[in-house]
Design a protein around this ligand. Structure first.
Ligand SMILES: [Zn+2]
Length: 59
């Protein structure tokens, strides 16, 4: 069975602590937390951004 485990997450800026942009990854290929240098529109510069889980409001 070819089952792709795509996990949605948000990029969080480590400088301003804001959530930047939603993204997704293949959970089977990327088990480690993603850490990237991306442009933060709040800091107006490239900052280190880490993967943050999206908390689902489930009732
Ligand atoms: Zn920032």
């Amino acid at each position: 069975m070819a089952k792709t485990q795509t996990v949605a997450f948000l990029f969080k800026c480590t400088k301003c602590k804001r959530l930047i942009a939603p993204s997704s990854k293949n959970a089977a290929e990327n088990k480690e937390k993603i850490k990237l240098n991306r442009f933060c529109k709040f800091c107006r510069e490239r900052t280190e951004q880490t993967e943050t889980k999206i908390s689902k409001a489930k009732k």
